[in-house]
Design a protein around this ligand. Structure first.
Ligand code: ZN
Length: 285
């Protein structure tokens, strides 16, 4: 069956790597209720936002992806699904608190058809302070089955508190990070092993003083956690004995940190915190 409806999402050159990462993330199961898509291409992000909505609401998922053809997929594409609230191209420069209240109100109403509701907010950096604070409250208790997909070309203009509540997926094809090479993977493995033996996160953080390298380390952790979850294959043997739930939890924690790190300078502290909280205890027994 031709999946032309997916091509806009999974077949865009340049942004492919990040889209694969996003798909892997969605297929991981526990999807965060607030996702931020950032990058210079407005229409690409909206397409991807709609793809996530389809992924969440599709009636006939195939191969762990949305079908693109069921009534939900089709109506989301046309932006006429009653359980998908889309705030796009705000008429004014500012997204005001009244608008956010209206969106929150709509999201609070029970879904008309299924159990999930999705809200897409385009160019979300246009929220003013009051709107941002109101939205922050919504994100603190989004409600069961409610998903907020935000898009922005200017993540730097968002409140840090808001950023910290969302998992970020940056779409910047031209600045895509190079994949970690084998030498670096081996190095990361040995650093991580040393940390497990000595129990000191500084073993890792002192060796990762550049932000890009820290991001690659997190991607390395994600790859190992995914490997351990899906096939039991991982360069970190200590992950193999962990229950799936624990692996998923760690995967999300790493992904979450990666998102925050991209917009925050104090990465060494954040990495130290992640290692201490999620990897210290359960692995050192
Ligand atoms: Zn579908």
């Amino acid at each position: 069956m031709a999946k032309t409806t997916q091509s806009g999402v999974l077949g865009v050159d340049g942004a492919l790597a990040m889209q694969r990462r996003l798909l892997r993330y969605l297929q991981g199961g526990r999807v965060h209720q607030a996702i931020l898509l950032t990058g210079p291409d407005v229409s690409l992000k909206l397409d991807i936002g709609k793809a996530i909505a389809r992924f969440l609401l599709c009636k006939n998922p195939e191969n762990n992806n949305f079908c693109g053809e069921c009534s939900n997929c089709r109506r989301i594409e046309k932006e006429i699904h009653p359980d998908v609230v889309i705030l796009r191209e705000p008429e004014e420069d500012t997204i005001k608190i009244e608008t956010i209240r209206e969106v929150t109100h709509q999201m609070g109403i029970l879904p008309l058809e299924g159990e999930k509701k999705v809200c897409l907010i385009d160019e979300c950096h246009r929220m003013n302070q009051a709107a941002s604070n109101a939205f922050l409250k919504t994100l603190e208790e989004p409600g069961a089955g409610r998903y907020f997909l935000l898009m922005t070309t200017q993540p730097g203009s968002l409140l840090p508190t808001l950023l910290s509540r969302m998992v970020q997926f940056p779409f910047k094809p031209e600045t895509e990070l190079p994949l970690e090479d084998e030498t670096e993977t081996a190095e990361f493995s040995s650093l991580f092993q040393k940390f497990l033996e000595q129990g000191n996160p500084m073993t890792v953080t002192s060796a990762l003083t550049e932000k890009d390298r820290t991001l690659r380390f997190l991607q390395f952790l994600e790859t190992q956690l995914r490997g351990a979850t899906l096939s039991g294959k991982t360069a970190l043997p200590s992950l193999k004995n962990l229950p799936q739930e624990s692996l998923t939890e760690k995967f999300h924690a790493v992904l979450d940190l990666e998102g925050r790190l991209r917009s925050n300078a104090s990465y060494a502290l954040m990495l130290e915190d992640l290692l201490r909280q999620h990897f210290s205890q359960p692995l050192r027994n």
